[in-house]
Design a protein around this ligand. Sequence first.
Ligand code: UD1
Length: 431
Amino acid sequence: MAVEPAPEQIIVSSGSPLEGTVRVTGAKNSVLKLMAATLLAEGSYRLSNVPRIVDVNLMAELLRAVGCRVQWDTNHTAELHIDVPAEITPVAPYNIVERFRASVVVLGPMLARCGEATVALPGGDDFGPRPVDMHVRGLTELGAQVEVVHGNIEAFTEQLLGGRVVLEFPSVGATENLLMAAVAAKGITVIDNAAREPEIFDLCCFLQSMGAVISGAGTSTLMIEGAGTTQWLQAADHTVIPDRIVAATYLAALGVASGEVFVEGARYDHMELLCAKLAEMGMILTGEADGIRAISPRRLDSVDCSTLPYPGVATDYKPFLVAMLATASGVGIVTENLFPGRFRYVDELRRMGADIRTDAHHAVVRGVERLSGAPVRAHDIRAGAALTVAGLGAEGPTIITDAHHVRRGYENLVGDLESLGADVRTGQAST
Ligand code: UD1
C-alpha cells in the first residue's frame, strides 16, 4: 500500500526586519493562458520567465493530454518549450482539469482550432462557486453551440462568426476564452466590458505576435479581426510579465516585518492602486526601472479597501491586506466584490489572535499590537501565503499545514523570505 506523504508545513517565527533584494517570477495568471493560446497554431513555442510552479506543471500535463510536447529548457530554468502538432485532440479530461480552475481557458482555443471542444468543468480554489455562464454565453454569441452536460462543457461550431459580446461583468477568464475564440471567427468581434488585467494585455501581445489582429489591448473594448480560421496563425516566442501577486506578497511581508526591500522585476505600473494603499498605511514605495523599492519604517496605519476588477485593488491581494491590517494601528474595513466566500483564512488568522469580524462580504479588522503564533491551515494558495505573512508579525512560531497549496503559485516563497532575513522554513507534519 502506498504511504501518503506527510502534509507540508511552513513554519514562521517573527523577528528581524527584512532587508535585501528579492526577484519576482513570471505571472502564473498570464503564463497559464499563454500556454493555452499555443493550442491555436501548430509549431514550436518558447516561453521565457515561466515560474516553476505546480499550476504550470498541471497546464503542461493538460497540453500533453491533447497531443503537445512540453518540456523545460535544460539550460534556462525559466524557459518552457511547447511543440504543438498539426492535429490536437480537443478534450480536456476531468482528472487534470479538476485540479486547477485556469484550465477552462483551453475551451476557446480548442474550439477555434478544431471546431469542437470538450472541457470538464474546472475545480480550483476553495473560496466559493466559480461559474462559467459568461464563457458559455459569449461563445454562443460567436456562433458556437455550447452545452454543460455530464460534468463537461461541450462546444461545437461549423464556423465561429464575429459579433459584439457585452460581458455583464469584466470576467478575466471569459474575456480570455472569447479573445482566443474570436481570432478564428469570421469577421470582426468586439468584446465590451472586457477585463483589463495586465495578464490580458500580455495575452493580447502574444496573440498579436502569432499573427492575430487585435486592437484595444489593455482597455475594456477589445476588437478582434478574425479570418475565419486559425490557419494563418503561427508559433511565437514570448516573455511572461512579472507576477504582481507574488510581488504584493513580498511587499506585505515587508509591511508586517518592517525593513527595506527591493522587489526586483515588479512592475509599479501594474500595481499602482495597491501601492497607493500601502503608502497610505505608512510604507514608502518607489517604482524604479527594474522593480519596486519599498521601506516599511514603523507599525502600519489601518486603511479601508475594496476589491475591484483591474485597475482596482485585486481580490488576490486581499488576504495580504487583511494580514497586514491584523497588526496595524486602528480599524480597517475590507470589502470583497468578486468572490464572496473568500474569507476562510480569516478563521485561521483569528486563531492567531487577530480581531476580525466578517459580515457578508465585509471584514472589519481591528489591529492588535502583536499576533500570537499558532497552528493554522492553508485552504488555498493566497491564504497560505497570507498566513506566512501574518506569522512574521506574531509572537512565537506559526505552523501552517496544507502548505502544498502555496507551491501552486509560488516558486520559492519560503526561500525568498529567508533570503530577506525572515525566520521561515518548511517542515512536515508528523503522521
Ligand atoms: C482570474 C484569476 C484570479 C483572480 C480573478 C479576478 C486566473 C487563473 N485567475 O480568475 O486569480 O482572482 O481572475 O481578478 O487568472 N463569474 C461568473 N460567471 C462567469 C465567470 C465569472 O459569474 O462565467 C464571476 C466569478 O464567480 C467571480 C467574478 O465573476 O465572482 C470574477 O471572475 P473572473 O474574473 O472570471 O475570475 P477568473 O478568471 O476565474
